[in-house]
Design a protein around this ligand. Structure first.
Ligand code: HEC
Length: 105
């Protein structure tokens, strides 16, 4: 009987912890987007610069591997950030960008 209660309770606690940590990662990613200089060129949800594509819907357009590649290596008009971001910061930034899925930009 006790086991019947323990298992669902554990499952519930685990899913709550996972949910909270994704939310924290996203919030941290959003603040990194502002503090790492991304907003100098890019906008998300009408905040930021206009030198580079708006990223409000980037989570629909690109997958995580493509975004990671772009951020680490940069491109013609974007500097590389591979040396500036810690692995955990990059992960949080990607979690945030993947959640940016606006249909209209
Ligand atoms: C100096 C301006 C500049 C800065 C700073 C910058 N970017 Fe970019 N970024 C660009 C430009 C311009 C492009 C479009 C590709 C190109 O022309 O090189 C781009 C493309 C991208 C793309 C691909 C978008 C798409 O739709 O294909 C992502 C994702 C991205 N940047 C994320 C970031 C993140 C995250 C940061 C901060 C860590 C950042 N960028 C900082 C200029 C910048």
């Amino acid at each position: 009987m006790r086991l019947c209660l323990t298992v669902p309770c554990l499952a519930l606690i685990c899913s709550l912890v996972c949910f909270a940590s994704t939310r924290d990662q996203r919030a941290h990613g959003a603040s990194l987007f502002a503090t790492s200089g991304c907003m100098h060129c890019h906008s998300i949800h009408h905040a930021g610069g206009s030198k580079a594509p708006d990223l409000s819907g980037v989570g629909r357009r690109l997958n995580e591997i493509q975004m990671r590649q772009q951020i680490i290596s940069g491109s013609m008009r974007m500097p590389p950030f591979g040396d500036e971001l810690q692995a955990s910061e990059l992960a949080d930034l990607l979690t945030y960008l993947r959640s940016c899925r606006d249909k209209k930009e």
